[in-house]
Design a protein around this ligand. Sequence first.
Ligand SMILES: Nc1nc2c(c(=O)[nH]1)N[C@H]1C(S)=C(S)[C@@H](COP(=O)(O)OP(=O)(O)OC[C@H]3O[C@@H](n4cnc5c(=O)[nH]c(N)nc54)[C@H](O)[C@@H]3O)O[C@H]1N2
Ligand SMILES: Nc1nc2c(c(=O)[nH]1)N[C@H]1C(S)=C(S)[C@@H](COP(=O)(O)OP(=O)(O)OC[C@H]3O[C@@H](n4cnc5c(=O)[nH]c(N)nc54)[C@H](O)[C@@H]3O)O[C@H]1N2
Ligand code: SF4
Ligand SMILES: [Mo]
Length: 736
Amino acid sequence: MSAEGANDPAVRSEATNGLAASLKGERSMKHYRTCNLCEAMCGLVIEHEGHEILSIKGDPNDPLSRGHICPKAVALKDIYKDPDRLKKPQRKTATGWQEIEWDEAFDEVVNRLRVVQEHHGVNSLGVYQGNPNVHNFGTMIFGPNFVRSLRTKSRFSATSADQLPHHVASLLMFGHYFMIPIPDIDRTDFMLIIGANPLVSNGSMMTCPDYGKRLKAVQARGGKVVVVDPRRTETAHQADEHLFIKPGRDALLLLAMIHVVVEEGLVDLGNVEGIVEGVEEVKQIVEDFSPEHMSPVLGIDAEAIRRLAMDFAQAKSAVCYSRMGASTQIFGGLCLWLTHVLNILTGNMDRPGGAMFTQPAFDFIGTDGKNGRTGTFGSRKTRVRGLPNFTGEFPVAAMTEEIATEGDGQLKAMVTIAGNPVLSTPNGQALDKALEQLEFMVAIDIYLNETTRHADIILPPATGLEVSHYDVIFNTLAVRNVAKYSPPLFEKSADQRYDWEIFQELTARLTGKPNYAIPPELALKKGLEGSDYEGMSLEKLIKEPHGVDLGPLSPALPGRLFTPNKRIQLAPEAFLQDLDRLRKFQVQIQPQTQNSSPHSHTQPHTFLLIGRRQLRSNNSWMHNSHRLVKGKNRCTLMIHPDDAQAAGLETGEIAIVSSPQGAVRLPVEITQDMMPGVVSIPHGWGHRHKDIQLAVAQSTPGVSVNDLTDNALIDELTGNAAFNGVPVEVRKDGFN
Ligand SMILES: Nc1nc2c(c(=O)[nH]1)N[C@H]1C(S)=C(S)[C@@H](COP(=O)(O)OP(=O)(O)OC[C@H]3O[C@@H](n4cnc5c(=O)[nH]c(N)nc54)[C@H](O)[C@@H]3O)O[C@H]1N2
Ligand SMILES: Nc1nc2c(c(=O)[nH]1)N[C@H]1C(S)=C(S)[C@@H](COP(=O)(O)OP(=O)(O)OC[C@H]3O[C@@H](n4cnc5c(=O)[nH]c(N)nc54)[C@H](O)[C@@H]3O)O[C@H]1N2
Ligand code: SF4
Ligand SMILES: [Mo]
């Protein structure tokens, strides 16, 4: 990117046109934008009078979301107004936090990072990037350059507490880590959902606003939706069928389904015929995994597995979609691989109604691919545990030990960017302790929370309604090709900085190069002009505030394949080898080796813990909105009635849930929706520290499920955290 671009008046004025219009001072104006809180990219209409927001509603003219909205969008107003949100840099002193000027803060950050790296080596600096980074336009454009300027290989992010197995499977099978197949929900006749609850999450690795209406549309056209989940979720209630499964066993179910497809002679590659390698290997592998053989460990009738596989293979079109429950478990990599295998062997890859690839207007995959940046897996290992890196990052499950374990290469300083790993990574309380021993920490974050309280300096960016937005990532994952640019609604104040301004200033100071202050719009403008869509440009998007519809997904292979030989790899070596671990697990879980559960109220009872998402939460960071947290305490332990009875627990009573990592006390919610033997706690709660600045969240703190989860419990293939299937004990609190 050239320096001249920064001063290109066209770019600057285009970027701010909308803003100027909305600030003219007319009464009650309407501003249109994309909500960037979750992956759904809902279009919003925000009615405002000057800086007063009158209403936030769904935009019926948004081509993707068509008016859908969830309660979190309205809380954008609360974030904008939140008195606890930080606006100026903060320095920790012996007597508390002190507000300082940006220049002073930048100086101190750069100097202190330099001292640590000079003393302990460049890699003694760790970086953690949290979830909102991928929802932030400026960060997507300028974050990578900033992280590179830190010169460290010790990088971590929420990816390895989330979708890492998706990336590993895409890299090994399709040749680029972001070539993620997306369910073509608007045309499918059969959707099999494994470990996802899109009715609440609004879809993930599948940007799909208004999932509920889209699901009903599948059913209305005679299609079917089946959910596999240890909890009868909100989505399962709407589906045609729900199968309970014990956490961590999905890979065995998928193998059994593929077994049936092969055995019944239903393999038909359809659109990808002629570009798939490894079909025979897969056919051989699945021989051992008949439904009859798998049924006892799955607790699902062999007949039901056969019928599911047949229905799937014989549907006019079908798609298997696996998400958090399949990816954040001990066989995450295998689950994602087998999901694609099932879609491919039944002729549902790259065809309408199946699993398809997007063609985004701003196409970073295409650019990456052309430049040979498609991803790397396992080229380096972590110092302490030897976990594999992926595309420049190490698994976050290893971050705590890398800070806490002495020796060459130990992390001595941290930069956290839009992340709250104390609440969001496994065994968070161990990280909470480890962060105390750092020599220096800087957090780029809008709140003083469980993680940033450990920082020496906090650099708070402008956010939410104060920033412009173009979704670089989620357009790449959307169920329909669309494009939309939103200018800021409100101008940030003079002494606020955008995330990208913070990055550029730090990058300049770290590298000694000038800071050209280039707005992200410049990269967007260039990217859009290079797009395959005729007439696509930033100017066009500025004129179309509801967004532009670029049509349904369309077949993209083999053109979009980035494997060296332009073929889909159906049987990558890494997955074949990992099957040994699955086979050992299968032996361990044979029913005869399981103990029958003890039955005394005073004895602890052993369960497998899973997570759950909630409509009014957004991971850990939106609990400071009163409108979202008001009402009954939602941070509860969900448990089946029989299990509750055995443990002597009644609804509303307090249970103690414990694991070797820690213990939490929380109210019990008894429900038939839980599978017996499995309990559920939502994540992102646990705002118990006194020295955070989140008054509303502190008044409804809940407990952190990640005080129970175990950073040793991972998918050994990918290094992804296994939040689901954590063994815990549950007992009644004696003080009930
Ligand atoms: N047990 C369990 N743990 C989980 C999960 C689970 O299902 N179960 N889910 C995992 C998943 S999928 C994810 S994605 C992770 C999320 O993990 P994290 O990303 O670590 O946590 P968040 O709660 O998203 O925290 C986001 C942080 O960004 C800050 N922030 C918000 N907006 C901005 C902004 O515009 N700029 C900057 N600089 N900062 C901002 C917030 O104040 C907050 O500190 O949690 C994971 N942890
Ligand atoms: N309202 C709201 N929306 C969100 C978020 C939020 O915090 N709140 N977070 C956003 C983020 S960062 C993400 S990554 C997405 C995630 O989006 P989803 O993946 O749709 O969300 P989850 O609710 O975590 O769904 C995981 C499901 O897997 C089930 N499960 C657990 N273990 C297993 C297992 O072993 N096998 C099977 N088959 N199922 C299992 C759980 O019961 C749960 O229903 O949501 C996004 N949207
Ligand atoms: S579903 Fe997600 S994108 Fe849509 S309004 Fe809610 S938070 Fe925003
Ligand atoms: Mo996530």
